[in-house]
Ligand binder design. Structure first.
Ligand code: SF4
Ligand code: SF4
Length: 337
């Protein structure tokens, strides 16, 4: 963890760092504030030159910086449109080290679930069909629009939500939705004060979550899936593995390093730390893992269990659809990327 903060760190020349958000909910930016008093150690070591949630800046400020002027940039959010791709390229150019920060940037995250739909489906839902809309003229956003004063433009949405490393070269990864304060502190201070880790390093665990989970495990097979919010609490033993009790928990295929926060709160893992080191596709791997514990010995039980597995795409790829071998729904000709 952090070893060279405090007096020793204050003798080092100050570095320049930045934070940026693309297609994100803002949670990752706020998570930086959760490092509490450790922000003082960061402030001793570095000046924060860009941080949209906390300070105003203009794209021209970034363009005016020298190439490689940032020592490190922590980029959260997925790439959903041409402006975000442009900014990702610009930050790549201006920074010695580019870090994918949070599940959206590392794996596509929640925004990548939009890859299950076409652009047309998404715009119709958001601007025409949602019950809270008031859009009698059925106006949809246009990338360019001419008014008397000139042309107004907004970013153009891509057909597919991408991870940061699907558009630029990325040095390091901090997974999580959002990352934990301990991870953020470790990553920022390590990159500012120590020998950098090997390129591609994840500031997280190297095992699966199950490997670090202290719940009692057995070789019990399951014959039904339960949905947590529909299951009376007295039917769940909070000392035992949730998956063995029929609650879908992605611990067997998810990277560790979150301090088991959901599991300790009696909630199943949803996979926000992304695939464990040996897993390439979370959905395929989990179905394969289920095969060894599911006891659907006859067709009727198998059918019942398949019906009980609610929203498989949203459950298995909640944070990683951009990374998956499926890459979303290929149903539409609109999809070109
Ligand atoms: S990783 Fe989670 S907290 Fe961070 S921007 Fe994405 S949805 Fe928000
Ligand atoms: S499946 Fe979930 S509850 Fe069971 S051991 Fe793994 S992380 Fe723990």
């Amino acid at each position: 963890m952090v070893r060279r903060a405090g007096k020793e760190a204050s003798r080092l020349p100050k570095k320049k760092i930045g934070f940026y958000w693309a297609s994100a909910c803002g949670g990752c930016e706020v998570a930086v504030l959760d490092i509490d008093e450790n922000i003082l150690k960061v402030a001793e070591l570095a000046d924060i030159f860009m941080w949209p949630v906390a300070m105003d800046y203009k794209f021209s400020d970034l363009e005016a910086m020298k190439d490689g002027e940032f020592d490190a940039v922590f980029f959260n959010g997925a790439i959903r449109n041409d402006e975000e791709e442009h900014l990702a390229n610009l930050f790549r150019k201006k920074s010695k080290v580019l870090v994918a920060f949070g599940a959206c940037s590392c794996f596509g995250g929640i925004p990548s679930l939009a890859n299950l739909y076409s652009i047309g489906d998404l715009l119709n839902r958001a601007y025409l069909e949602a019950p809270s809309n008031d859009n009698p003229d059925k106006i949809l956003p246009q990338p360019k629009f001419s008014v008397e004063e000139g042309e107004i433009t907004i970013p153009t949405m891509y057909n597919r939500v991408k991870t940061l490393n699907q558009v630029v070269d990325v040095d390091y990864y901090i997974p999580g939705c959002p990352p934990t304060p301990e991870q953020i502190t470790d990553a920022v201070l390590t990159l500012l004060t120590k020998e950098p880790p090997e390129k591609g390093h994840f500031f997280a665990g190297e095992k699966t979550l199950c490997d670090t989970c202290e719940r009692e495990k057995s070789d019990k097979s399951i014959t039904e899936f339960k949905r947590l919010h529909l299951t009376p609490p007295e039917e769940i033993d909070n000392t035992k593995c949730l998956l063995e009790q029929g609650i879908i928990c992605l611990g067997p295929i998810t990277r560790s390093g979150c301090d088991n926060r959901c599991i300790n709160a009696n909630m199943p893992c949803r996979g926000c730390f992304g695939p464990a080191p040996y897993v390439s596709d979370m959905g395929a791997k989990f179905i394969s893992a289920l095969g060894s514990i599911e006891a659907a010995d006859d067709e009727e039980t198998a059918k019942k269990m398949a019906e009980q597995f609610y929203d498989p795409a949203g459950t298995l790829y909640r944070f990683t659809l951009s990374l998956s071998l499926l890459r979303g729904n290929i149903k539409t000709e609109e999809r070109t990327e």
